[in-house]
Design a binder for this molecule. Structure first.
Ligand code: ADP
Length: 472
């Protein structure tokens, strides 16, 4: 089971890697050392056997001669202490031997003797009660014939002891190193990750009401600072979204409360005294107006809510833009004339778009209605369309009305946002029209923008993708 914490995992991975490296190193080191030590012993034995096989020594090879070690040291300067030397005839009978072999026997392997008689040098390790012995069986060849066989041997005690000590050092050193390094790794991982604990604690203190709080962005390593910056960015966006939701709820209730207050006030006044039939009619007519107004707001809100959820029905069909706009232009002309405005629709090139006819009309009508609403008598309103680039159509609604101050221009597409609340409400507006326009433009793959100068007028421009011409 792997540990759940990052600290535990880092330490575990680190530990596993280190164990593998240390074991490989230990095995490699031990193997190389053992090979070198054994090779050294073999070289010494070979040198000694070669000296014994020298012709000048051969004279002493008679049976019963036991002082090889002294002879070799005194006359040839070859240190032979601790080595066993014996000479055999080809049948395996022992002749001369070193002093240390008087009381004990050097085990002679038949196989080694057989091979030596055939002229081969044979190295063997044979067991011995004290420590294993390394034995070299070496043929002495005179005039092409094996005359004798010399055996030199040495105890492997020092090699075995050295290797045992090294093994012990590795067996203690590797776990100890592992323990120390893992402990250090655990400690360092804890230190490196501590700033994260700080972030988690700071995040826990946050809640929906305290989204204005921010995490410290200048503590810990660059990664931690980057994380804190990203979380702060998210908090900013969340706080913004929460603020908009709150404002929206407040605005929506306010919008609905106003017509309700008017309705209740009028009903209460009407009920104070008996009234004539005409007076009741008047009160009911005024009430109906407020009910229409509330109904419009609720419908607009519902449309936007469904639009947010992607559930508002939008059925796109191929439409000729000039035809839809022409039809709206005749209605707008009547509206403009009633307010004493000059309305111009110059027509335009035939352009086909894929759009929901109802929504496209709603979009352009909202803009035309606003243009008439926010332009005073004697002003002008223009409607036009054109190709704005390859594959794009542009619809422009322009007026010479009151205009929109630049600081408000980006916000007028937000729900319930109005530059002048009283003026807008007096004109029957609820502040949802442009939000709906933007949603319609976007759901058709387009966008809407505004250009305006206060006191001189505004232009609303809708960009829509052109439908591919079926005839092309
Ligand atoms: P409303 O129902 O208030 O007209 P909209 O969403 O249609 O709501 O418009 C939002 C605000 O943008 C309006 O209240 C008004 O202040 C401003 N506005 C929209 N169109 C125009 C225009 N043609 N000229 C000047 N101001 C405009």
């Amino acid at each position: 089971m792997s540990p759940q914490t990052l600290r535990g995992r880092l330490t575990l991975w680190y530990g596993a890697l280190l164990t593998a490296v240390l074991l490989l190193f230990g095995i490699g080191f031990y193997a190389a050392l053992a090979r070198n030590l054994y090779r050294g012993v073999d070289q010494k034995l070979l040198a000694l056997a070669e000296v014994v096989a020298e012709s000048s020594v051969r004279n002493f090879l008679r049976p019963g001669y036991t002082n090889f070690a002294r002879l070799l040291e005194e006359f040839f300067g070859v240190p032979a202490a601790g080595q066993f030397i014996q000479v055999l005839d080809p049948s395996g009978k022992v002749g001369a031997r070193s002093q240390n072999l008087i009381l004990r026997n050097l085990p002679v392997s038949r196989e080694a003797l057989r091979r030596a008689v055939h002229g081969q040098r044979v190295f063997e390790t044979v067991p011995d009660p004290h420590a294993p012995l390394r034995v070299l069986t070496y043929p002495i060849i005179v005039r092409g014939r094996v005359r004798n066989v010399v055996q030199v041997a040495t105890s492997l005690e020092s090699v075995v002891t050295t290797l045992r000590q090294v093994l012990l050092a590795l067996a203690v050193g590797i776990p100890l190193t592992l323990f120390l390094v893992l402990w250090g790794g655990w400690f360092l991982a804890g230190r490196a990750l501590r700033p994260l604990d700080g972030l988690v604690a700071a995040l826990r203190r946050l809640d929906a009401d305290r989204l204005a709080a921010r995490l410290p962005e200048d503590e810990g390593t660059e990664e931690v600072r980057e994380l804190a910056r990203s979380i702060n960015g998210l908090l900013r966006r969340l706080a913004d979204a929460f603020r908009r939701v709150r404002e929206f709820t407040a605005d929506a209730s306010h919008e609905l409360r106003t017509p309700l207050t008017v309705l209740r006030g009028e009903a209460e006044v009407a009920l104070r005294h008996p009234r004539t039939a005409e007076e009741y009619q008047q009160v009911l007519a005024s009430g109906l107006e407020e009910i229409h107004r509330m109904g419009r707001i609720v419908e607009d809100l519902l449309l936007l809510a469904k639009g947010d959820l992607g559930e508002a029905p939008v059925e796109k069909v191929p439409l000729r833009l000039e035809e839809v706009l022409g039809e709206l232009a005749s209605r707008a002309a009547v509206l403009a004339e009633a307010k004493g405005l000059e309305f111009t629709w110059a027509g335009g090139p035939p352009i086909q778009v894929e759009a929901d006819p109802l929504r496209l009309r709603q979009l352009v009508w909202n803009l035309l209605d606003n243009a008439v609403k926010y332009t005073s008598e004697g002003g002008k309103v223009f409607l036009s369309h054109a190709r704005s680039g390859p594959g794009w159509a542009r619809i422009t609604v322009k007026d010479t009305g009151i205009g929109i101050p630049s600081e408000h221009q980006a916000k007028i597409f937000e729900r319930f946002y109005r530059v002048d609340k009283h003026r807008s409400r007096a004109q029957g507006g609820s502040g949802l029209g442009l939000a709906i326009c933007r949603w319609i433009a976007e759901v058709h793959g387009g966008r809407i923008e505004v250009r305006s100068q206060p006191g001189r007028g505004s232009s609303f421009i809708v960009h829509l993708p052109e439908a591919p011409d079926p005839g092309a």
